[in-house]
Design a protein around this ligand. Structure first.
Ligand code: CA2
Length: 153
C-alpha cells in the first residue's frame, strides 16, 4: 500500500452564531457538550487522520466571511456549521464559492425535521456535501468525509 500524501494546510473548522452557547442551554436539541469539547474531539480525530485543524467561532456574519476568505491562502478545506446563517446568508455562500477549496457543511440537528424556515440551506449548493442530525458525530463524520475528499484530490 502506498503512503498517503499529507494534507498540506490545516482544515478550518467554522462554527456560526450561538454555537458558543453549546452545553449551556437547550440540551434537548443540542446536547450537553460544550464547543470546547467539540473542538477537542476534532483535534483528536484530526491527529488520528494525519491532519491538523484550526477552529473559529463567530456570531457575526462579516467576521465569518472574512475568516472564510482567509482560508483560500491558509487552509486546505473547510468544515462549517453556519448555524442560523445557513438559511439566510448569501454572503457566506459567496465566500465559500469564492475560496474554491473543498467544504463540508454540518449540523447538529436534522434541519428537515425542524421548522420549515430551517429546511433550506443556502450553503449546501457550494459545499461538497452535508452531514446533519447526528449531534457531535455530524462534525466528526464531516471531518472524515472532508479528509477523504482531500486525500483523493
Ligand atoms: O443543527 C444545527 O447545527 C444548526 O446549525 C444550529 C443552529 C440553527 O439555527 C440551525 O438551524 C441548525 C442554532 C445553533 C444554536 O446553538 C445553541 C446551542 C446551545 C444553546 C443555544 C443555542
Amino acid at each position: 500500500m502506498s503512503a498517503r500524501k499529507p494534507i498540506a494546510k490545516p482544515i478550518l473548522v467554522v462554527h456560526g452564531p450561538n454555537l458558543n452557547m453549546l452545553g449551556t442551554r437547550e440540551p434537548d436539541v443540542y446536547g450537553t457538550a460544550t464547543l470546547a469539547d467539540f473542538d477537542a474531539s476534532l483535534e483528536t480525530l484530526a491527529a488520528e487522520l494525519g491532519c491538523t485543524i484550526e477552529t473559529f467561532q463567530s456570531n457575526g456574519e462579516g467576521e465569518l466571511v472574512t475568516r472564510i476568505q482567509q482560508a483560500a491562502k491558509n487552509n486546505s478545506g473547510i468544515l462549517i456549521n453556519p448555524g442560523a446563517y445557513t438559511h439566510t446568508s448569501v454572503a457566506i455562500r459567496d465566500a465559500i464559492a469564492g475560496v474554491g477549496i473543498p467544504t463540508v457543511e454540518c449540523h447538529l440537528s436534522n434541519i428537515h425535521k425542524r421548522e420549515e424556515f430551517r429546511h433550506k440551506s443556502l450553503v449546501v449548493g457550494v459545499a461538497a456535501g452535508q452531514v446533519m442530525g447526528f449531534g457531535a458525530d455530524s462534525y466528526t463524520l464531516g471531518l472524515r468525509a472532508l479528509v477523504g475528499l482531500l486525500d483523493r484530490s
